[in-house]
Design a protein around this ligand. Structure first.
Ligand code: NDP
Length: 326
């Protein structure tokens, strides 16, 4: 029987809770595959699951994104076969591992032109960009979007996605270097929100009008300011909580600030339907193969340095994507 190093936690807490155990990896059951990972991806959601912000049953494997070779497929799996290159963003967690058995529905055949490392750096983040720009609210060329943490994993993909569609993206980021990176990646402007009032600057950059859409993965620290950046009838997409969860919202605020709309989407609702998941992945792959989106991998860690990878991510030291090499 095959074995795999697998990162697990036995209780919620800091990066010190990670353990690596060697597990036996069995054969896939109906609707499942066994995949041997070449590379896994790191995402901020992994920190929420580890800390307990998003509670999980214990003990639990970790990691939501990976790429590798399909070793075996279970009964009923028709879109993949043994030997295929494949990549995924999927529940349940378990990607920080040499190999695993998992549900096949969200695993996507990976085109030859996309490297494993690129795939592992982009499945969760790139599918998120796909649904933010294409499935959440109508956004057309010429519209203006405010995107927080624009030099992060989802952020650098979003900058390029917006540019390729003629959408004006104003970013925010925590250092001048990160701002420069966002602009290099296609942001029209980027505000260092650690030393500048981003609401006032967005008003200036939009001639006082505000933006059509805000995409806010930072949460607690930016939510209220984000609402103040919107035009009347604008759309607030609150999709993450890197700075902490957003406090309860008084719905009357939305009327007072100009009939605003708010949504709180998750990738996993969108990819819950297998056909939609595969279509979103093909769209993402097309964007990458066309050269519209290039993945920037600024951090690489071996599996046994997973704790350090989480520490750096939560300390805001990372830019672009981070991968776990196996
Ligand atoms: P990032 O690489 O963007 O890392 C998070 C960034 O948030 C940091 O680098 C930092 O950038 C910024 N940040 C601001 N305040 C804090 C803080 N107090 N602590 C830590 N970071 C802070 O992560 P991802 O690309 O993986 O994800 C981006 C966001 O999108 C996350 O909130 C994530 O949960 C969310 N997400 C949501 C999905 C969904 O479907 N709902 C799917 C995928 C991601 P800076 O220093 O520039 O401020």
């Amino acid at each position: 029987m095959a074995t795999a190093r697998t990162v697990i936690i036995r209780k919620h807490g800091g990066p010190e809770e990670f353990e690596i155990e060697t597990r036996e990896v069995g054969d896939p059951g109906p609707g499942e595959i066994r995949i041997r990972h070449e590379v896994a991806g790191l995402n901020f959601i992994d920190a929420y699951q580890r800390s307990g912000l998003y509670p999980m049953e214990m003990p639990h494997a970790m990691g939501m994104e990976g790429a590798g070779i399909v070793e075996a497929v279970g009964e009923g799996v028709t879109h993949l076969k043994a030997g295929d290159r494949a990549a995924y963003a999927a529940m349940p967690p378990g990607a920080y591992a040499d190999a695993r058995v998992m549900p096949a529905a969200q695993v996507c055949p990976l085109p030859e032109g996309i490297a494993f490392e690129t795939a592992a750096a982009m499945m969760l983040k790139g599918l998120t960009a796909e649904y933010l720009f294409c499935r959440t609210t109508p956004i057309k060329a010429g519209d203006t979007v405010l995107f927080h943490a624009a030099a992060g994993g989802v952020g650098l993909i979003a900058c390029q996605w917006a540019k390729s569609e003629g959408i004006r993206l104003i970013g925010t980021a925590g250092t001048d270097e990160k701002c420069a990176l966002a602009v290099e990646s296609g942001a029209d402007a980027c505000i260092n929100y650690r030393n500048e009032d981003f609401v006032a600057r967005v008003r200036e950059l939009t001639d006082g009008k505000g933006v059509d859409v805000v995409m806010d993965g930072v949460g607690k620290d930016t939510f209220d300011g984000s609402l103040d950046c919107l035009k009347p009838l604008g759309m607030m997409i609150s999709f993450g909580n890197a700075s902490g969860p957003v406090p309860p919202l008084n719905i009357a605020t939305l009327a007072a600030k100009g009939s605003l709309k708010v949504t709180r989407p998750t990738l996993f609702t969108h990819i819950g339907d297998p056909d939609t998941c595969q279509a979103m992945a093909r769209h993402l792959f097309d964007k990458v193969l066309a050269g519209d989106v290039t993945l920037r991998i600024d951090q690489r860690y071996p599996l046994d340095q997973i704790a350090e990878a989480h520490r750096a991510m939560e300390a805001r030291e990372t830019t672009g994507s981070t991968v776990i090499t196996l």
